[in-house]
Design a protein around this ligand. Sequence first.
Ligand code: HEM
Length: 175
Amino acid sequence: MAATTHAEHEEIARSKQDGEALTWEDLTKMKLTWRVAQETLRMVPPIFGSFRRALEDIEFDGYVIPKGWQVFWVASVTHMDGSIFHEPARFEPSRFENKSSSPATAPPCSFVAFGGGPRICPGIEFARIETLVMMHHLVRQFRWKLCCKEDTFARDPMPTPLHGLPIEIEQKTSP
Ligand code: HEM
C-alpha cells in the first residue's frame, strides 16, 4: 500500500505507456486517494443537507416527529459527531480504511456526503471517477502551494473558500 497519494499515482503511472489512458483497474488501486477525497467530503460536504418526509411517527432522542412532517437532515452535524467519527475536527483519511464508502465500525448513514437510502446520489461512481482521474493528473503533472493561510469557507450554499484559495502552480518538467 502506497504511503502517500503521490506514491500511489507514481506506481500506477509506472505500469503504463506514455499517454496511455487510465483504466477502471487503475482507479481501483487509488485507495488512499479516495480516502483523502472521502475525508474531505466528510469535513466539508458540498451538499450540506436535504429534506425527507416522515412516513410514520418516529421517536428520536426523546422527540416525536409526527407522520407527514418534513425533516431536514444536515450532513455536517452527522460528520462532526464525535461518537461516530473520533476527533471529528482532525483530517484523518485512515478512518475510511477497510470499507469503500463508510468507516467500518460506523452505523449506517454515518457518511452522508452523497445522502442515503433510496434517494442516495446516483452519481457517486461518476463523481468518484472524476475525482480520482483529476487527482491523478494534478498530482503527477503539477506542484502547487497555497499563497496564503486559508482555513475557512463560507456557504452560498456550496462551500467556497473565504479568500478564493489562491495557489501557486507549476508544471513539472517530467512527471
Ligand atoms: C462530489 C460529487 C457529488 C456529491 C457530494 C453529491 C451529493 C448528492 C447528495 C447529498 C444528494 C442528495 C441525496 C439524498 O437526498 O439522499 C444527491 C442527489 C443527486 N445527485 Fe449527486 N452528488 C455528487 C455528484 C453527482 C454527479 C456527478 C451526478 C450525475 C452525474 C449526480 C446526480 C445526482 C442526482 C440526479 C441526484 C438526485 C437523486 C434523487 O433525488 O433521487 N450527483 N447528490
